[in-house]
Design a protein around this ligand. Sequence first.
Ligand SMILES: C[S@@+](CC[C@H](N)C(=O)[O-])C[C@H]1O[C@@H](n2cnc3c(N)ncnc32)[C@H](O)[C@@H]1O
Length: 482
Amino acid sequence: MEELQAALHARGLSLSSFPDKGRSLVAAKDFYPGEVIISQEPYVCVPNNSLTESRCDGCFSNSNLKKCSACHVVWYCGSSCQRLEWKLHRLECQALAKLDKERRKLVTPTIRMMVKLYLRRKLQNENVIPVTALDNYSLVEALVSHMSDIDEKQLVLYAQMGNLVNLILQFPDIDIKEIAENFSKFACNAHTICDSELRPLGTGLYPVVSIINHSCLPNAVLVFEGRWAVVRAVQHIPKDSEVSISYVETAASTVARQKTLKEQYLFTCTCARCNKVGQYDDIQESAILEGYRCRDNGCSGFLLRESDEKGFVCQKCGLTRSKEEIRKIVTDIKALSDKAIKSKSLGNLQEAAVLYKNIENLQKEVCHPFSISLMQTREKLIEILMQLEEWKEALTVCRSTIPVYERVYPGCHPLLGLQYYSCGKLEWLLGETDDAIKTFTKAVDILRITHGTNTPFMKELLMKLEEARAEASFKLSSIEDS
Ligand SMILES: C[S@@+](CC[C@H](N)C(=O)[O-])C[C@H]1O[C@@H](n2cnc3c(N)ncnc32)[C@H](O)[C@@H]1O
């Protein structure tokens, strides 16, 4: 504990404890937007491999993969990643190789992460892997588990998973209860490792980053640089303030955010945003994000349920929409969504694109223009249009999402920056250079804070902006010359 406190102090941080939240990370100096607050390698991590997708255990890349010939479970992209992982994998490999084919199928990423946790603890105990103040098993022991809040069914599942881990490890002194508790710790402390564009790649346990509590109005953001977790300030964090990140998608109503936090992290958030629950502006926000639009296309009002529950009333112009009309459109959307998901999964992209366009049209009739479901449909449509190389249409849809992103996310949110980046890339590809420069600049303004400026991802974005500027000035000089 003292060692941890000293290591944190050296980084301008301190460990505190609050009665309602438990341990918390507090700034011991001022942090400014873009500044790294803490970065950490995982105690253990695994790629999210499945029957359909595999990634390298070292770098999470999905190209040039070869399966470990001994255990037939783990993949590597080359010898350097294999060497890097060898100390740990040597033991894991021996254990996995002993399993029969049927049992090997049960080794999910979560089971593997637990096996690796115990093997790493063993290697640190034997001084094969060095122990430091920020990299040791006692930090894992200190994580919250919420064991007393977990229901019986979940406990039984954790115990079954613990038995499988025991069978794999075959340690003489293993405690199944402790493994079950560690599964519970994974559930509320492990982080999804994402690439720079926030696509999930794997899962990791970062015991110091896990000290950071949640806020729906966070002052910091967690991104990943390879396997490193990097927490950066997104606003000025004055000395003595608590550092916070968001554990959940913040573009959601208070009810939806609180439900996810309660179910997964077992607490009720009382941040400034959540404290508005039940107040008029919170009701309005929820009705915009998740509710319906006014019957009059020219009206931007949001609807609330009529007191007799027969329909919905626009809070701006007073027009009503019947429950039946809305229910009919919602049912049609659901039927189309099922078909679209099926078409996409079968690779019928043209058909999926048509279906998502139909869904978008129906949602435009029923959802508020700033609704999250409409935004999500457009996201799926953009993805498919890009795969079909329908760039122009993809740009039109991408542009239509920007006002929604600007409304639902705070000014410095990575998803807003990434959406500007996607839009800029399409504009540039389609020769709309001046627009691309403006959009890339907006992306840079945000992503240099959330992602820093030194990563290959950011260098590529900055280079694209430079190239677009060079292209624009070349075009200008060609016009002047002619
Ligand atoms: C990743 S841990 C954060 C560190 C934790 N406070 C500790 O003592 O180790 C997540 C847990 O912290 C608590 N927590 C995080 N954010 C909170 C918040 N805003 N309000 C109340 N509890 C919170 C919850 O118990 C949650 O399950």
